[in-house]
Every structure is written in structure tokens, then in C-alpha cells.
Ligand binder design. Structure first.
Ligand SMILES: [Zn+2]
Length: 308
């Protein structure tokens, strides 16, 4: 016997949480944003654990399982993790995807090339899905380090979650709007905090911070390596040292994940160094992880750039 009233009762007696889709995310900063949108309704599954190098990564069986179980995959995009595109096709072919670099309105910057970023002082800007397709090979994929991109992504994440789980749509949108407002305040705060070191010159390990620099008016003068897993050759080191010979370099930033930090030793500059962590590997358990990541980077940058 069909009893619609009882069926309806069961439907609404089911906790909303049971309906929340399984979400896989690529890196910890994206985990932090998705977690804020989910609020109390659940937690995403993180594929690339803090401490691993996203550009250069081998999927373990447990991480493959996360992708297989996902209803929705939220990731930066193949520009950051080219290997993930094939894995998604094989393991998560039925899952929906949100590629954050392709979200409309995302501010995209180019990868600066050469040890001294020569000729890329005013790198061309692109808008996500704007007129004409920018050459994806030249796009700097570390776009999460601009909190204004993160604000736009929060709303895109809420939309994607609402599509997958319409009953909680209102909650996702409310959570995203609250988090986006907090980020607006954070940008103003960090902008004021970093004002005293705006003219400081510094060198980075690889071009991971372009978005952070650009948002807060800082500018690296060069990078020791092309990528976080690509040790520099002698010619590049020479070129970098020549660029630094103009003097007044306040700080060298290295990355906790990278094996090529040792390459800094060959510079033998005696300059202050600091670990500037674009992925927040030591911060992940913190609530409001994304905000903690930006604050941690700002504090580290201010400390080291103020030293000389
Ligand atoms: Zn990188």
C-alpha cells in the first residue's frame, strides 16, 4: 500500500547531512574554502596531503579511492596538477567538476620567466573565461593566493554544492557569503600590515607568490628555480646573482615542501631567509584555514622583509 504521507515523513526525518554529496578537493587551501561553505554539514576529502608537491605527485591507492567515491571534485585545474586530469577521467568520470581557474571573474596572472623575471614586470592579465583563451601554459596556477580570487571561488563553490545538493542550497550560499565578507576584511587588514615593506626586494624559490605579491603591492625580483621540483642550473644561478648584485635584497623565501631549498646555499649571500608556505602545510587542522594561511604568509613576509 502506498502511503505518501508516511513517505514524506521519512523523507524529512532523514538528517540533511545524509544528503550531502562527497566532495574531493586537490590542495589544502581549496579544502579550507570548501570547508567554510559546507559549514556544519560535512567535510571534504583532501587528495594532496600537506607536505606533498602538487606539481609533481603520484596518486596513492587511498587517494585514488577518494576520487572514486567523489560526487563532486573541486580543484584548481590542470595548470597546477596536470596529472590529476587523467586520474579524474579514469577514477571519477561520473563526478561533477569545478575547476577554480576557470571560474568566471578569476584574476589570472602569467608565470614570470627567467631568474630575474626579466621583461615581465607588468605581466599581462587575463580574466577567466574572458575574450579569447589565454595560453594555459603561461598562466600562473597559484591563483588561490589572491584572497579576492578566493572570494569569487567561495560563491562558485556554493553554486556547485547547491547543484549537487539543492536542499541545502540556502546554507551553502549563506556560509559562502559570510566567508567572503570575512575575506574582504582580511584583504584590507593585510594590505595595511604590509604597507611598510612595499618597496622591499626579495627572491623566491619558484614563482608561487605572484598573486599574493600583486594583491598586496609587493614584488619579487627573481626566483631561484623554474618550478618547485626543478633544481636550477648554474646559468640560472649566475643570472639570479647578477640580478641581486644591485643590492638591497631584504630576504630569500624558501618553501617547506621543496627539496631544492638547498640550492639557496650556493647563493652564499648571508641574507635573511624565511619559509613562506603557499600551501599551509603546518596549519591544516586550524579552523578558518584559508584565513590562517594568508595571515601566516603576511606575518612571515613582514618579519623577513623588515629585517634589513
Ligand atoms: Zn608551484
Amino acid at each position: 500500500m502506498f502511503r505518501p504521507a508516511l513517505a514524506a515523513l521519512f523523507l524529512f526525518a532523514t538528517p540533511l547531512q545524509a544528503e550531502v554529496p562527497r566532495i574531493a578537493v586537490d590542495i589544502a587551501p581549496v579544502y579550507g574554502l570548501v570547508e567554510q561553505v559546507l559549514g556544519d554539514l560535512g567535510r571534504p576529502d583532501l587528495v594532496i596531503r600537506p607536505g606533498a608537491l602538487p606539481h609533481d605527485f603520484a596518486l596513492r591507492p587511498s587517494q585514488a579511492a577518494v576520487l572514486e567515491q567523489a560526487d563532486l571534485v573541486i580543484w584548481v585545474g590542470p595548470g597546477l596538477t596536470p596529472w590529476l586530469e587523467d586520474s579524474l577521467e579514469t577514477l571519477a568520470g561520473d563526478a561533477d567538476q569545478l575547476r577554480l581557474l576557470e571560474v568566471e571573474g578569476t584574476r589570472l596572472l602569467e608565470m614570470r620567466e627567467g631568474a630575474n623575471f626579466a621583461g615581465h614586470e607588468d605581466a599581462a592579465e587575463h580574466e577567466g573565461e574572458g575574450e579569447g583563451e589565454p595560453d594555459s601554459g603561461s598562466i600562473n596556477p597559484h591563483a588561490w593566493l589572491d584572497p579576492e580570487n578566493a572570494r569569487i571561488w567561495l560563491l562558485a563553490i556554493a553554486d556547485a554544492l547547491a547543484d549537487a545538493d539543492p536542499r541545502n542550497a540556502r546554507t551553502y550560499l549563506d556560509n559562502a557569503e559570510a566567508a567572503a565578507n570575512d575575506l574582504g576584511a582580511l584583504v584590507a587588514e593585510v594590505d595595511a600590515q604590509l604597507a611598510p615593506v612595499r618597496d622591499a626586494r626579495f627572491v623566491v624559490l619558484h614563482d608561487a607568490y605572484h598573486y599574493f605579491e600583486d594583491r598586496f603591492g609587493l614584488q619579487a625580483i627573481g626566483a631561484i628555480a623554474d618550478g618547485e621540483a626543478t633544481p636550477p642550473g648554474a646559468a640560472r644561478i649566475m643570472e639570479l646573482l647578477e640580478g641581486m648584485a644591485d643590492g638591497d635584497v631584504a630576504c630569500l623565501f624558501y618553501e617547506p615542501q621543496s627539496d631544492i631549498n638547498l640550492a639557496y646555499a650556493v647563493l652564499e649571500t648571508g641574507l635573511p631567509t624565511a619559509s613562506l608556505d603557499p600551501l599551509g602545510m603546518s596549519l591544516l587542522p586550524e579552523p578558518d584555514f584559508y584565513t590562517a594561511l594568508i595571515r601566516d604568509m603576511a606575518d612571515t613576509a613582514l618579519d623577513c622583509l623588515s629585517e634589513s
